[in-house]
Design a protein around this ligand. Structure first.
Ligand SMILES: [Zn+2]
Length: 365
């Protein structure tokens, strides 16, 4: 079968590799689509972000099958011990695979496992015609969810986990700084949690128009000072919960116009600021600002496995998309045919503004 093989940072080819054989606990998938993630694209170029060392070490020991943890696959074969899936099910992988043997796993805290297996980093991902993954990593999607939505589902599972940790009460005003993929998803999920108003801040008029169509209050940050606008909308009080969903390089936690500074400034006394974006490098930080406003700065866990006895996070968000309560397909704007377009998809995903892309590019296999 054909697969993307990386030879070094920025060097790759589509290569003929053996088809995987599923072990007893595995499921063999025919891959329909892959959506790249910004993290994967940064790692492809060798940028020193999370997982850089692991990827560098793998490439130093030879060519490697990397990336492809966001995908839509169809089950073609199940291992002898797998009874949760059958042929034809369409699946995605909402989270990471815990080790099941460390202290955290044995005491029921798999989300905090320090030795998780990452699809596409520790084991080959879905940038191939077929892939075999442990069944526990997979989640089936209901009819009515498209292949494009399935491939775009994994970030929504993370967004759900993030919103679950945010202390949103009925009627709260929630502000979301940045309406990228995760910001728009957190905003929609905050509405479902019972927020009275959800205010989103961005500089992209198209994203803001989409947000307004979904009942969110949109603020164009290049035209209006977003902090002033949020204070105006809350009678000078500030938002009850603020999501910082931009991340990237920022300089100052409280001064200037960095998204994190805007988040703290737009938060009311006693509010929570929820960190969604990954901030790169160091930020000047003034704890007194948080102390004087009694602000909680929440950094939610990542991984998306737990929810309730009746639903994993992964199953729950697929249902929200299936019945139209959350929209994710409006952020799938660039679809390319075949693994040969891997580098083009990386390029689009890394430079979304330049290509007019709202979300990451998808490859159709
Ligand atoms: Zn563990």
């Amino acid at each position: 079968m054909q697969a993307v093989v990386c030879h070094d940072f920025g060097e790759w080819s589509v290569t003929e590799v053996p088809e995987p054989t599923p072990e007893a606990n595995d499921v063999l998938l025919s891959i329909e689509r892959v959506q790249l993630s910004v993290t994967e694209c940064n790692l492809y170029y060798g940028n020193e972000i999370a997982h850089y060392e692991a990827i560098r070490d793998r490439l130093q020991s030879g060519s490697a099958r990397l990336f492809g943890h966001e995908f839509c696959g169809t089950v073609v074969e199940t291992g002898a011990s797998v009874d949760r899936f059958e042929s034809g099910d369409r699946v995605y992988a909402p989270g990471k695979i815990p080790c099941h043997s460390c202290q955290q796993c044995r005491t029921g805290f798999e989300l905090h496992c320090p030795d998780k297996t990452y699809i596409g980093y520790d084991i080959p991902g879905a940038l191939a015609e077929y892939a075999a993954f442990p069944a526990e990593a997979l989640c089936a999607v209901p009819d009515g969810v498209s292949d494009a939505e399935t491939a775009a589902m994994q970030p929504l599972a993370s967004a759900q986990l993030t919103v679950d940790e945010a202390p949103i009460d009925s009627g709260d005003v929630v502000a979301v700084v940045g309406t990228g993929v995760m910001g728009f998803q957190c905003a929609q999920l905050a509405m479902l949690r019972g927020a009275g108003d959800v205010i989103v801040v961005d500089v992209d008029p198209e994203k803001l128009a989409i947000a307004e169509r979904h009942g969110l209050t949109a603020i164009h940050a290049a035209e209006t000072d977003p902090v002033d606008a949020i204070l105006d909308l809350t009678n000078g009080i500030g938002a009850d919960v603020v999501f910082e969903a931009v991340g990237g390089e920022q300089n100052d936690s409280t001064g200037g116009s960095d998204p994190l500074a805007q988040a703290f400034a737009a938060a009311r006394t006693g509010a929570s600021v929820v960190q969604v974006g990954y901030i790169i490098g160091e930020v000047a930080f003034y704890p007194r600002q948080l102390r004087s406003k009694s602000i909680d700065w929440l950094n939610p866990v990542t991984g998306a496995t737990a929810h309730t006895p009746n639903a994993t996070t992964g199953e729950h968000v697929a249902k929200l998309v299936a019945d139209g309560r959350v929209s994710i397909d409006e952020y799938v704007t660039h679809e390319l045919d075949g693994l040969d377009n891997f580098e083009k998809a990386v390029e689009i995903t890394m430079h979304k503004d330049q290509y007019g892309a709202r979300g990451p590019a998808q490859l159709i296999l």
